[in-house]
Each structure stands twice: as C-alpha cells, then as structure tokens.
Design a protein around this ligand. Structure first.
Ligand SMILES: Cc1cc2nc3c(=O)[nH]c(=O)nc-3n(C[C@H](O)[C@H](O)[C@H](O)COP(=O)(O)OP(=O)(O)OC[C@H]3O[C@@H](n4cnc5c(N)ncnc54)[C@H](O)[C@@H]3O)c2cc1C
Length: 187
C-alpha cells in the first residue's frame, strides 16, 4: 500500500512526487510517456536561463522525484476503483492501493470522467476539459486531488510544477495535522 499514488509524471505530477517523497511518504508515480512537454523548447521556466528541451525537462523531473524516493512505473492507468476509503489503481500489469490519489494527467480527463470525477470546460487554449477542484486541489471524491493542466492551471511548466507542490503540501499538511514546510539550510 502507498501513502500516495500520482497519475502522470509531467512537471505537475513529478513536482508533487518530489515533495511527498521528500516527506518520506511512500509515493508511486505511474506515467505512460505522453507528456505535452515532449515537443517543447522552454525558455521561460524559473531559473533556466538558457532554455531547455521539453524531453530534457521531463526526464529531469522524473529523475529528481526518483532521487527523492518516489517509485516510478511506466504504464497506463486504466481504472481507479474504491472500497471504503481505499482506492485501487489498475494498470495493464498490476493493481496498486492508496487512500490518496493525485491526478496529474495533463490534457486528458478521460480517466477522471470514467472514475466519476466532476469535469468542467477548460479555459486555456486547446484544453477542452479539466477536473473541477477546490482551492486546495481537492476533487469531488474524498482523497482524490488534481494538479497542473488537468486541474485548469495556465499551461506553463513553472505554474503547473508550482501547483503540484502546492497541492502536495496541502495533502502533507492534512496528514501531519499542521502546515507542512520543506526548507533546507545552506550550510
Ligand atoms: C509545443 C509546445 C510548446 C510548449 N512550450 C512551453 C514553454 O515554452 N514554456 C512553458 O512553460 N510551457 C510550454 N509548454 C507547455 C508545457 O508542456 C505544459 O505546461 C506542461 O507539460 C504541463 O504539465 P502537466 O504535468 O500538467 O501535464 P503533462 O506534461 O502533459 O503530463 C501529464 C502526464 O500524464 C500522463 N498520463 C495521462 N493519463 C495517464 C494515464 N491514464 N496513465 C498513466 N499516465 C497518464 C501522460 O503520459 C503525461 O506524461 C509547451 C507545450 C507544447 C505542446
């Protein structure tokens, strides 16, 4: 059983995983390699002065989450079912369980709709629909959150990565019972 399962390892999902893994929560990320970042050249990401290719940023994000302790599986999530407070995430090859699921599925709400999450029209260019979330990133189903593009954020890497962090911190704060912060000191 995992503390959190994140569906999607683009900037939003990988950033959420970085924070939940660093908080020593058992974190599983499942990604099927279809990030919209792949054809991009990114020159406006915070701190990246000379630009970076989309595929490079996508790989770096996954590597950073893994280094922090997250487990990454290359697979497609086909369904998410629930019994009491527990969710079972089903892929082609296996089933995984957690009480907390984060949808970070980019421009796809197909799985969200299948699972019964409330979906609303998107407002950003080329984003047809997004998962309805509240201020904390919570969906209409207890324990299921959504981050980044699929949660309606503006489709920029710094923004969706930041949203992944914000929602992960909200979840970690709930688990801790007080506001969580992840700061290091420059020694
Ligand atoms: C041509 C182009 C140029 C761009 N240029 C810039 C730029 O210069 N600057 C900028 O800030 N942004 C740019 N972007 C936008 C940037 O790519 C997005 O902001 C960012 O990728 C969104 O991140 P995300 O994590 O929300 O979604 P994604 O990066 O799309 O990640 C979603 C992930 O979820 C996975 N997934 C979905 N469903 C499932 C499932 N059922 N099972 C398993 N995995 C699943 C997908 O495989 C994917 O890897 C550009 C985009 C494009 C297309």
């Amino acid at each position: 059983m995992y503390d959190v399962i994140i569906i999607g390892a683009g900037p939003a999902g990988a950033s959420a995983a970085l924070f939940t893994a660093r908080a020593e929560k058992k974190t599983l990320v499942i990604d099927n390699g279809k990030s919209i970042l792949k054809p991009a050249w990114v020159e406006n990401h915070y701190g990246i002065i000379d630009g970076i290719t989309g595929p490079e940023l996508y790989e770096l994000g996954k590597k950073q989450a893994i280094k922090a302790g997250a487990e990454l599986i290359n697979d497609s999530v086909l369904d998410v079912t629930s019994e009491n407070d527990m969710y079972t995430v089903k892929t082609d090859h296996n089933d995984y369980q957690s009480k907390h699921i984060i949808f970070a599925t980019g421009n796809s709400t197909e799985l969200a709709e299948q699972v019964g999450l409330d979906v609303i029209p998107g407002t950003e260019p080329k984003i047809k629909s997004v998962i309805k979330v509240d201020h904390d990133g919570k969906t209409n189903k207890k324990g299921i959150y959504a981050v980044g593009t699929v949660a309606g954020l503006t489709v920029h890497t710094t923004v969706v990565a930041g949203h992944g962090v914000q929602v992960a911190v909200n979840l970690l704060s709930e688990l801790k019972g007080s506001r969580y912060v992840d700061h290091d000191i420059n020694k």
